[in-house]
Design a protein around this ligand. Structure first.
Ligand code: ACO
Length: 480
């Protein structure tokens, strides 16, 4: 069957209509009216229920399974908008006009080329690193490549610019670097760099060389796809590919990962995935970014901490684990038996459950039919999807209604990404590439009314202990 972009839109619209029928969508008054600080709320461990700030960026109604970015239903944006429009919307609070979108695309194309960052990054054994650790490292290297933040602030702007370009900017005159990983079938590897990044100053003023403003946000949004794709290729023994300035963020990302220019349908599906992952309230990685930003650190440090938090299997790392789990269930043979054993041992089933959603995650409502569409002609994908659907129905029977545990965004995303040719070790990085627009939007918003985050812990330890000299400490033994 040949699929068109219109088919994808129709699938998303239908998923949205089904969600509205199943759970409805109404704002909760206590979560959508301005707060009178100080606020009283009931807080559980892990800050469950805590209200940390007000935000206009996005809203999650967990009981209804309803997700909103800046007033727009997620289904509306996924069907009709592009990732670039969504990133603009999150950052600026409204959809871009035609001229603004053109400028944004030019800027992202310009900032997506991070030759000096890749050059230094490849000096590290990227092929042996966790891809998210390498992505985080790349973010720090970008900070060095693009900003003046570590240079003496007393110098005039012009001097700072000159000094950085001449002295501190990683030299671009030697235009190649030997790579540690030799591409398959080659005896040596050299990555060629083309011209240095040409910065487009025509939009956003001259804050370009600062690390804590809107330009830094554009930098990370544009460059994370390039860095993530380069990491993936080096891990597979392939040469990184420079971004094509004529492609969208989604198409470019797929192109840089796979080496071929995607079809409009593949581009649309990647675009939809990035949109679905772009923002999601005060999730762990967004909160990590905000905590770091609230100390008046900067955007690059802040995004680096978001990447670190996202990596964990209880958060963005679950998508990779889901695929591994489905493969294990396939070799086990019986979904029900496998699940009984796991639940009996109190093990968490990857891709299910959510701190906020106690209804079906709206993002999974979109990704599931897309996974179905993409695996139609792929036996392996089809068999994994069959297992996934069986697991979903068994989980809902056993714990869905009683505990409010349903598939989350990570449950079907891996099957979609695999069908697009993305290796499973890169799934969490794909998540980061989409989420960076939400991270930056929420950080910028919070910085407008910044107050350093500083919760407290209840101390349950001892008091009044007396110091014991080391030679007398033989009585206490510490396990391990
Ligand atoms: N499988 C089985 N049982 C679960 C699951 C699950 N995936 N998730 C929650 N439960 C059960 C718990 O055992 C607990 O049961 P109990 O009340 O009988 O003790 C109850 O549901 C509440 O669970 P908590 O762990 O308290 O929920 P919490 O809000 O702390 O955790 C989390 C949320 C971390 C997402 C959890 O559901 C989980 O570990 N899921 C699996 C990992 C995963 O898919 N993470 C991705 C989340 S989406 C995202 O971050 C992008």
């Amino acid at each position: 069957m040949s699929i068109s972009v219109e088919d994808i839109k129709r699938i998303i619209i239908e998923a949205g209509q089904k969600a509205a029928l199943d759970t409805g969508n109404e704002p909760e008054p206590h979560m959508t009216t301005p707060a009178k600080w100080p606020l009283e709320c009931t807080v559980g461990p892990g800050l469950e229920g805590a209200i940390a700030c007000e935000s206009k960026v996005g809203y999650v109604n967990g009981a209804k399974g309803w997700l909103v970015y800046r007033g727009y239903d997620i289904f509306e944006l996924a069907a009709h908008a592009t990732y670039e429009e969504t990133a603009f919307l999150l950052l600026h609070g409204r959809l871009p006009k035609e001229r603004e979108l053109k400028k944004l695309k030019r800027k992202l194309a310009s900032y997506g080329k991070v030759s000096a960052t890749l050059r230094v990054l490849m000096g590290f054994p990227v092929e042996k690193m966790n891809p998210m650790a390498a992505l985080r490292l790349g973010t720090n290297l970008m900070r060095q490549e693009f900003t003046f933040c570590d240079i003496d602030l007393d110098e005039s702007d012009e001097r700072r610019r000159k000094k950085t370009v001449e002295d501190d900017y990683i030299a671009m005159d030697d235009d190649s670097i030997a790579m540690e990983t030799v591409p398959k079938g080659e005896t040596k590897a050299t990555y060629e760099f083309h011209q240095a990044v040409k910065v487009d100053d025509s939009y956003g003023g001259n804050e370009l060389y600062d690390a804590d403003g809107i330009e830094a946000c554009y930098h990370v949004i544009a460059a994370l796809p390039t860095i993530a794709a380069a990491i993936s290729r080096v891990r597979r023994g392939l040469m990184p590919i420079d971004p094509d300035p004529h492609l969208s963020v989604a198409a470019n990302f797929l192109y840089m990962l796979t080496g071929y220019r995607p079809s409009p349908v593949e581009e649309k599906i990647m675009d939809v995935s990035l949109i679905l992952h772009a923002d999601h309230g005060m999730n762990a990685s967004t909160f990590a970014c905000m905590v770091v930003a609230s100390t008046l650190s900067d955007i690059y440090f802040s995004i680096g901490s978001g990447i670190a938090a996202l990596n964990g299997p209880l958060h963005g790392g679950a998508n990779e684990q889901v695929l591994k789990m489905l493969e294990k269930i396939r070799s086990h043979g019986d979904v029900g038996d496998w699940l009984d054993e796991k639940l009996m041992n109190n093990e968490k089933i990857m891709g299910f459950g959510h701190r906020v959603y106690k209804a079906y995650d709206p993002r999974a409502r979109v990704l599931e039919p897309l996974a179905e569409l993409l695996t139609e002609n792929h036996e392996d994908g089809k068999s994994l999807l069959r297992i996934a659907k069986r697991l979903e129905s068994e989980m809902i029977d056993r714990v869905g209604k009683s505990k409010g545990i349903f598939p989350n965004v990570d449950f079907y995303s891996g099957i979609v990404y695999t069908s697009l040719g993305i290796p499973s070790d890169m799934f969490t990085s794909v998540f980061a590439v989409g989420r960076v627009s939400g991270w930056t939007a929420r950080v910028l918003e919070y910085l407008n009314k910044n107050r350093i985050f500083r919760p407290r812990a209840i101390y349950t330890g001892d008091f009044n202990k007396k110091y014991v000299p080391i030679e007398e400490r033989h009585r206490d033994s510490i396990p391990g």
